[in-house]
Write a protein that binds this ligand. Structure first.
Ligand SMILES: Nc1ncnc2c1ncn2[C@@H]1O[C@H](COP(=O)(O)OP(=O)(O)OP(=O)(O)O)[C@@H](O)[C@H]1O
Ligand SMILES: Nc1ncnc2c1ncn2[C@@H]1O[C@H](COP(=O)(O)OP(=O)(O)OP(=O)(O)O)[C@@H](O)[C@H]1O
Ligand SMILES: [Mg+2]
Ligand SMILES: [Mg+2]
Lengths: 155, 162, 155, 162
């Protein structure tokens, strides 16, 4: 059981480093509190954002925590790849820079797989292969295909 | 096995008149105003894939999934999946799964138009590793929960998937 | 004690109705589960967004819950007015429409009092009397006065 | 009694070199990238107003408020308040409150440059109803907490302020 956990942990930790660097340009690590007895301790997340010193995720800002959580989520997804992904407003706390990097990452992932993203960010809408709007009219939801110019004009 | 078409009728904020959208592989972005129905689209997909937890579909009881207009008596969602690689054990290039729920809370399931048991539907979908909950489906607000996790919760999460 | 609670509750409920309508154009109410014995029940929040039927806040969308929470917060603030207010990213889940209405409300409130708002939304920055940017350079935070053209350009 | 000037030195992400901004009445908007230091500005204001809870300032221990550069030995924040209406019991048109914390976690407080006890500072501020926590200070993420409150939590919140 310990071996299975450690194998999984190593895979997730490696993927987390890659995704965190991809999204932030910084370095992030997952560490076992007690490497010899993993189950007696927790998993620490240490983040070194560009230009800053390494710190626990607990000391990070709201948006920094959220981009680190997205990197962890993507790392966990890597364990059991799926044919489609649905993300609901995972960029809510991200600034323009992180939103752009996430949109570019999704664009790249979407070459191989179907990615459905719910987002209020223009930068995500700009990267879409397909863009739809869902709105309420007369108590009922409607769905329309959107062209990007319409989104920018409404925005 | 990706989603080619989604058809929603009477489900949550969607009225009784059928709404259908075609999807392609690639990046699809869903936008729109607060309360428009974006997250309800995601709920519709999970519902059709067999979600049993009312909590995961953000309702108190499953019957509340039906559009709350008094004239609407059932909710129905169908998903057409690409099966060109025959990953699903059905001999057709497309496979349509559908689920309907009535006011009494009872669900009926369909595979390519034929009524099936929920178990049969789940077994077929599991061949393509498709289920209504999993790391590939990320609900609104879940990122904040992950961000706030302590060290032992993080370890438990990795334990659960190893 | 019951009388004091009911007096406070009535004030908050009245202010909530005003702020909710101001922010959404819809109707919102606070209701005591047990009006005769308030402490044996809770406080329900019922919301009727424009074009929709009245529903519990539990049934609302993420952004709808958040704008209702802001209306409640403003109602609670009304009980003990202050000379300055500091809001940290309360518009994170709001779409463009709600963000704009919130910014207009703050602009109006700021005629009488000092309002400091931390926000990533351009529409809030556009309404500012004073706009500053806080960013990290070489591991240290810096503060700059901003003109709106610079924000839009960087955005 | 509004804030006319804020001076920050060695506090959290702010380095040892003093940073000072003038504020006016009206709407001030603070923007900038994630991790830039925006919420730290709010923490600085609460710190200077006497906040004692490390949790409310988002640190484990108060000494962690000091800029983590090894050369920095203290954090100091000063707020200049408008007192033109003499709401504060001090005979000056402006009142400056300051607080400094050293590596041993000890805080020193100042009123118009003169060292005072924390109690004296709080008493003066309370005349203008100013405190480091209250409904007028809304931290990041608190709106979501209010949105998720159940009926009895909502009642408790109103009970607490009545
Ligand atoms: N059974 C139902 N009948 C009618 N309307 C419903 C039903 N269930 C939910 N709704 C409505 O659907 C709306 C919410 O939709 P949804 O959560 O999809 O919004 P959203 O577009 O994701 O918004 P946000 O951007 O705020 O997250 C709410 O206004 C809710 O009241
Ligand atoms: N004592 C300290 N020394 C140096 N840096 C610190 C210290 N305490 C906190 N920080 C850093 O300050 C940064 C966070 O600042 P803050 O929370 O103000 O960001 P923010 O601008 O509000 O970001 P967001 O938009 O994501 O909420 C973090 O990177 C954190 O590591
Ligand atoms: Mg939503
Ligand atoms: Mg912040």
């Amino acid at each position: 059981k310990k071996r299975v956990f450690l194998e999984t942990f190593d895979k997730v930790a490696e993927a987390f480093e890659i995704f965190f660097n991809r999204l932030t340009g910084g370095q992030g690590w997952l560490r076992l509190e007690n490497p010899n007895d993993p189950f007696s301790g927790g998993v620490e997340m240490v983040l070194r954002f560009p230009g800053k010193s390494a710190r626990s995720v607990r000391a990070a800002s709201g948006g920094e925590k959220s981009v680190a959580a997205v990197a962890l989520l993507l790392a966990l997804q890597g364990l059991t790849p799926a044919d489609f992904y649905i993300f609901d407003e995972i960029d809510a706390h991200m600034d323009l820079q992180y939103s752009r990097r996430l949109a570019e990452l999704f664009k790249e992932m979407a070459e191989k797989t179907q990615i459905i993203v719910i987002s209020l960010k223009d930068i995500m809408a700009e990267k879409a292969d397909q863009l739809i709007g869902v709105y309420n009219r007369g108590g009922e939801s409607r769905i329309v295909k959107l062209k990007l110019e319409e989104v920018i004009k409404a925005g | 096995v990706f989603i080619k078409r989604l058809t929603i009728q009477g489900f949550k904020s969607f009225g009784p008149r059928k709404i259908s959208i075609a999807l392609e592989k690639g990046l699809m972005v869903i936008t729109g105003p607060n309360g428009g129905g974006k997250s309800n689209v995601m709920d519709a997909i999970r519902f059709a894939l067999g979600e049993l937890s009312a909590h995961n579909l953000r309702v108190g009881r499953m019957a509340e999934l039906i559009h709350d207009n008094p004239g609407t008596n059932y909710a129905r969602v169908s998903i057409t999946l690409d099966n060109s690689e025959r990953v699903l054990p059905i001999n057709s290039p497309e496979v349509t799964v559908a689920r309907r729920i009535d006011r009494n809370g009872e669900s009926t399931y369909f595979l390519n138009g034929r009524q099936v048991s929920r178990n049969e539907l789940l077994t077929v979908l599991s061949m393509a590793n498709i289920k209504p909950s999993g790391f590939n489906i990320v609900p609104q607000g879940s990122v904040i929960e992950i961000a706030e996790m302590g060290g032992s919760e993080l370890r438990k999460m990795i334990e659960d998937i190893s």
